[in-house]
Ligand binder design. Structure first.
Ligand SMILES: Cc1ncc(COP(=O)(O)O)c(C=O)c1O
Length: 289
């Protein structure tokens, strides 16, 4: 089945994907003037929706693009059902743009936001990359020097970063600051295991990942301390374990940095423990919301 055979939500209505259209004057298309959230549904229920909406609202307040008020849980879970994903696991993307307006950089005083949501299935078992671990590479720039805390539609640094990583045979590229400090992956947060503690770069300068926040909670429940500090490439090379986190891919062990093997070159025990804990927590919490 093609992605065009499904149903999307667009400006208050469920529409056949083939017929869903936005204006060529939409500022999201012309300037990347908009925001989005990517979430994961387990068994048809969206995990962490309130936290994702909070991050979206914070950004939409900062940019002055109001998110239309509606029952987003009901709307998105209905979208899952209409796409026959009411019982499975799914990728859910909610998008908000400043809307269509005369093509000037300066935003109009009033525009009607465009809001649309897309869903697609994801396999419900652990994926091969979650089981075997991934090779990553370094990117010599940051995602956004300006407002990295917003998940804006300006994703060129991410697209170029993912492409560079793929060309090097890597699953993910890490943005690096000052030629030395790890920031985040193109679509993920990074954690190291050093001794009996987790370590992750400070949230300043990166996207405040929802999964990153949940991992810190689960680690605390397991009695694993978490240190937020500048994290260098050298620390990654010598780490006992490393992993990436994001809402859809959950926890992906990092086993290689280019040709350099991280520790044993296999997913480590802390990573595997957190993978299991996270999956159980996410499924339960999604069902209970
Ligand atoms: C730049 C960046 N950092 C981190 C993440 C992980 O965020 P979350 O855990 O909220 O999915 C993403 C997700 O796409 C991202 O794009």
């Amino acid at each position: 089945m093609s992605y065009l055979d499904g149903i999307v939500f667009l400006d208050g209505r469920y529409v056949a994907a083939r017929r869903a259209k936005v204006s060529v004057f939409d500022r999201g298309l012309l300037y990347g003037d908009g925001l989005f959230e990517t979430m994961r549904a387990y068994g048809g229920r969206i995990f962490g929706l309130d936290e994702h909406l909070q991050r979206l609202r914070r950004s939409s307040d900062a940019l002055g693009i109001p998110l239309p008020e509606r029952d987003w849980r009901k709307t998105l879970e209905e979208l899952l059902r209409r796409n026959r994903l009411g019982k499975g696991d799914a990728w859910v993307r909610l998008n908000l743009t400043r809307g269509a307006a005369a093509p000037d950089i300066l935003p109009p005083r009033r525009a009607r936001a465009t809001v649309f949501a897309l869903v697609k299935p994801v396999p419900s078992g652990f994926s091969p990359i979650q089981r075997r671990g991934a090779q990553i590479t370094l990117l010599t720039y940051s995602r956004h020097s300006f407002m990295p805390e917003h998940k804006s539609l300006n994703y060129l640094p991410t697209i170029l970063g993912k492409s560079a990583a793929a060309q090097r045979g890597a699953y993910e590229g890490l943005f690096v600051r000052d030629g030395r400090y790890l920031m985040e992956g193109t679509t993920s947060s990074i954690f190291l295991v050093r001794g009996d503690k987790l370590q992750t770069p400070p949230v300043e300068g990166i996207l405040p990942g929802v999964t990153r926040r949940i991992i810190s909670q689960l680690a605390a429940e397991e009695g694993i301390g978490l240190v937020e500090r500048d994290t260098s490439v050298a620390m990654l090379k010598k780490a006992d374990e490393a992993f990436l986190t994001s809402s859809v891919a959950e926890i992906v062990p990092v086993v290689r940095l280019d040709a350099h093997r991280i520790a044993t070159g296999k997913p480590g025990p802390v990573t595997k423990l957190l993978q299991r804990r996270y999956r159980t927590f996410a499924r339960r919490a999604a069902a209970a919301d």
